[in-house]
Design a binder for this molecule. Structure first.
Ligand code: SF4
Length: 900
């Protein structure tokens, strides 16, 4: 038992980041802060948290929060309003546009960060009462191809397995998944199976991620060739006698056509190897491992989903599991590792434009069933616009009002710059948000509605294994912030739907959601939590994590179980059989060209989440990878004149980013990787959505975020430097900057071609004439520190790029500034001071702030030969484990660099 669990009262809640859905113990300190620990009783994590979850206590501050409703005035400025004024403006605006142009002229854009109750109310309002299905979500950018693939194969969006299967599998295949960084707690569970049971790990990814380095077999396939690989596998399984003929016969249709298509695409291991760009021996090894391992789980994530052929990729994977009957039994099955904390809950309430509610679609009987349940006056009768199409319709002026909740599409959508400009065309642009400023808000929102954040509101979320957990409030909502379900209900009431939106609490909403899932459900719909439809407020408050499917008699306090689907068929198609889906011959991805010769891959880093609104507040998370970067293979770096640690401009026809260069042979030649997290709030020019292709998958509508043709060129800056400040700074135009959270303020990393005198003048304007300064100015360098009441109040340094390192120790600078204050005078500009800016190392272990140099030293002169040795000497890797793969990589790198 850890120290936190001994204190009372603690609140059990759930992590707001990834789809693992870890349980969290929150201990408020009574001063607006909170201590965080993993919940040992939560089945998803059994007390473990990754670096992001562990740092949640650093992210509950109110800096930058939207605390009151705001309305844009005729002069363009935002001004505080009352809730009544703001809600009236939203309701009146939507009503006028609907009456004039019809319901399809309006839209909601939601988020996998919303709670199920929020999602349910928004979906109900749009699809049942406004009469349009123009309600989509950022989950469209995350795992929509899985939804489409599962619906095609299973007849429903059903995840067949449970996390327990990752403990029981003998072979775990990870496709397009950097689970070590993106699902860290689940990945550590996989690694325990490898260590304790000897499970084999195969990683399939164009990029050698930290996940790949843990694999027994790594297949660095060419981008976009996943379908070929799994077609080749299906052919191999058929020809080697690995099929489960009885299962295929009894529970599936379409096998013959699918195998024939697979043979056209990948007739044998040799053809598969050539198409995938991988050695034939490695392909054969993979095929044989799969053949020999009945207990196989194939986990897949954004590398599969975020593709213009994503749905076919999902079905190519599922086909192999159906053909071998490896589904729904312990230790086996296809397993979608969901990106967001409540993408699954959003799917359950029908938060996608091509779903209705409770996993129903737009078949006439389903429309009628939902209409009767809701007593809906104006049911949507056809699918709405999916995310990319929704924003393109805004761009064309066809959608005239949009309400965006809990997401930042001006950063995350393809062609983000154009989408941001399109938002400026709206007649009514409403944003429900936690923060006062982000790229979407700054695109010209007319109405800002302050939404309660994690820790301030309650509800439920569903994780990747269909486990529903409570998020609970442990802090009071600040200012006038309200839960999203309350805000949407208040607008619905103003639109004349008071009876249907008279929810008094999130428990009220949950009961209705649960009742709809069980309504006229005779077992032909997978999602049924009708057993919770009459849950009392008390039982809802104390609800334990509960996995569906659940029997009607399920009591809230029943322990979570390891339930699976489809071991004995029972699919959710009309004939209850699964469908093999012949994938299309892999359409060529958007071609590279002389102008755009590289492929851009995008993804997450270990310690940040989405656009960093929350995780970006944590200094220890910022210390891992602090600046936006592009990974380039050494061969390409040489060819394009790029230097490690320098800068590069990555461009497409849609836009450009300027990023730090990271040269690494973990990248495939011809491919670049850029993380998704930076926005105009956190960097000068690093919004990767500006680059991403708007091509979408024909079935799922999910955009191709992994293979956009781009070009790259070096960018030179004469000087580099940084500032530290307590408050946000407006950087001069033309400066490259990235904002980094530090203790008691923020740091801006700078690169500039303006000389020291410019920065001297800038510092005087910024710090003010009365500041007590320590300065050093010469022909190439300017350093200044300001001290107020004995503390470093701000500082700035610029120096020739060749002389400064990307991170600095400020101790010397602060001491010099303090000395200047002691002397009570400003140091003459020409006087050199005895302070220096000294390089420090990047942080590897976020929990114990252990840096790269310290780890290298432990390996090279401390005799550490394993992560266990490093843990014993430095503590690194002994808490959340998120850095273990990097520690292993450093050990290997140092052994190569310094052989004994
Ligand atoms: S793995 Fe990390 S980010 Fe994901 S839910 Fe768990 S603690 Fe949160």
């Amino acid at each position: 038992m850890n120290a936190l669990t001994q204190l009372a009262p603690t609140l059990r809640t759930a992590c707001p980041y990834c789809g693992v859905g870890c349980g969290v113990l929150a201990q408020p300190d009574g001063r607006g802060g909170v201590a965080i620990a993993g919940d040992p009783a939560h089945p998803a994590n059994l007390g473990r948290l990754c670096s992001k979850g562990s740092a949640l206590g650093e992210t509950v501050g109110l800096e930058g929060r939207l605390l009151h409703p705001m309305l844009r005035q005729s002069d363009g400025a935002l001004a505080r309003s009352s809730w009544t004024q703001a809600l009236d403006r939203v309701a009146d605006g939507f009503r006028a546009i609907i009456e004039r142009d019809g319901p399809d002229a309006v839209a909601f854009y939601l988020s996998g960060q919303l709670l199920t109750e929020d999602y349910y109310v928004a979906n109900k309002l749009m699809k049942g009462f406004i009469g349009s299905a123009n309600v989509d979500t950022n989950s469209r950018l995350c795992m929509a191809s899985t939804v489409a693939g599962q619906r095609r194969a299973f007849g429903a969006d059903t995840v067949p397995g449970s996390y327990a299967d990752l403990d029981l599998a003998d072979l775990i295949v990870l496709v397009g998944s950097n689970a070590a960084w993106c699902h860290p707690v689940l990945f550590q569970r996989i690694m325990r199976n490898k260590t304790q049971r000897g499970a084999r790990i195969v990683v399939i990814d164009p990029r050698r991620t930290v996940t790949a380095q843990e694999a027994d077999l790594f297949l660095p396939i060419a981008p976009g060739t996943d379908t070929v690989l799994f077609c080749g596998l299906l052919v191999h399984l058929a020809e080697s006698g690995a099929l489960d003929a009885a299962y295929v016969e009894a529970h599936t249709t379409g096998f013959t056509e699918t195998l024939a298509r697979a043979r056209e695409i990948a007739p044998d291991a040799g053809a598969t190897a050539r198409a995938c760009g991988v050695a034939e021996a490695d392909i054969a090894h993979f095929f044989n491992l799969f053949y020999a391992s009945a207990r196989t789980v194939t986990g897949f994530s954004q590398g599969v989903n975020q593709s213009a052929q994503g749905t076919d990729k999902v079905n190519a994977i599922i086909n192999c599991h159906l053909a071998t009957g490896r589904i729904g039994r312990p230790g086996m099955g296809p397993f979608s590792l969901t990106g967001q904390p409540n993408a699954m809950g959003g799917r359950e309430v029908g938060g996608l434009a091509n779903q209705l509610a409770a996993h129903m679609g737009f078949a006439p009987q389903e429309i009628d069933r939902v209409r009767r349940f809701w007593d809906a006056p104006r049911m949507a009768t056809r699918e709405g616009r999916k995310a990319v199409q929704m924003f393109e319709a805004i761009e064309r002026g066809e959608i005239k009002a949009v309400w965006i909740m809990a997401t930042n599409p001006a950063v995350s959508l393809p062609r983000a710059g154009a989408m941001r400009a399109a938002l400026g065309k709206l007649e009514l642009f409403v944003v429900s948000e936690n923060v006062l400023s982000n790229d979407t808000v700054n695109a010209g929102a007319h109405v800002l509605l302050p939404a309660a954040a994690w820790g301030e509101k309650g509800g439920t979320v569903t994780n990747s294994e269909r486990c529903i957990s409570r998020q609970r409030a442990f802090l009071p909502p600040p200012g006038e912030a309200k839960p999203d379900w309350w805000i949407v209900s208040a607008v619905a009431q103003r639109l004349g739907f008071a009876d249907a939106f008279s929810f008094r609490s999130e428990a009220d909403v949950f009961r209705e959601h649960a009742a709809l899932s069980g309504f006229e459900n005779d077992g032909t719909r997978d999602f049924d939590i009708g057993g919770l439809a009459a849950i009392s407020d008390h039982d809802y408050n104390v609800l334990e994590p509960v996995q569906w499917p659940m029997p009607a008699s399920q009591q809230p306090a029943a322990p979570p179980s390891e339930k699976r689907f489809f071991a004995a068929g029972g699919f959710f198609t009309p004939d209850r059989k699964a469908r093999f889906v012949p994938p299309e011959p892999p359409a060529l991805q958007e071609s590279t060209s002389a102008a755009f010769p590289f492929r851009l891959n995008t993804g997450r880093i270990r310690d940040q989440w989405h656009t960093m609104t929350r995780s970006g507040q944590s200094p220890r998370l910022a210390a891992h990878l602090a600046e936006p970067f592009v990974e380039v293979h050494p061969q390409d770096a040489g060819g394009m004149g790029l230097a490690d640690g320098g800068f590069a401009k990555v461009s497409t026809e849609h836009g450009a980013c300027i990023l730090k260069v990271m040269v690494t042979d973990n990248q495939r030649p011809g491919s670049l990787f850029v993380p998704i997290h930076w926005s105009d709030e956190t960097a000068s020019c690093a919004r990767v959505g500006d680059l991403v292709s708007p091509r979408t998958d024909p079935y799922s509508g999910q955009p191709e975020a992994k293979a956009t043709p781009v070009t790259v060129a070096p960018v030179d800056f004469a000087l580099r430097g940084f500032t530290r400040t307590r408050n946000a700074l407006a950087m001069p135009a033309g400066t490259w900057w990235a904002k980094v959270a530090v203790a008691e303020g923020m740091e801006y990393r700078l690169a500039t071609s303006r000389g020291p005198l410019f920065w001297h003048d800038f510092a005087y304007r910024w710090l003010g004439p009365d500041a007590q300064l320590a300065e050093q100015l010469d022909g190439t360098t300017y350093r200044v520190a300001a001290v107020l009441d004995g503390h470093l109040d701000g500082c700035l340094c610029v120096a020739p790029a060749a002389e400064v390192a990307p991170q600095w120790d400020l101790a010397g600078l602060a001491a010099a500034a303090a000395a200047a204050e002691d002397r009570g005078r400003r140091i003459p500009k020409t006087q050199s001071s005895d302070y220096y800016i000294r390089e420090t190392e990047p942080v590897v272990c976020a929990c114990f702030q252990v840096g790269l140099d310290a780890v290298r030293k432990a390996v090279n002169s401390g005799g550490a030969t394993s992560v266990g040795d490093i843990g014993r000497t430095l503590r690194a890797g002994t808490n959340c484990g998120s850095c273990l793969p990097e520690l292993k990589r450093i050990i290997v790198d140092e052994r190569i660099a310094h052989p004994v």
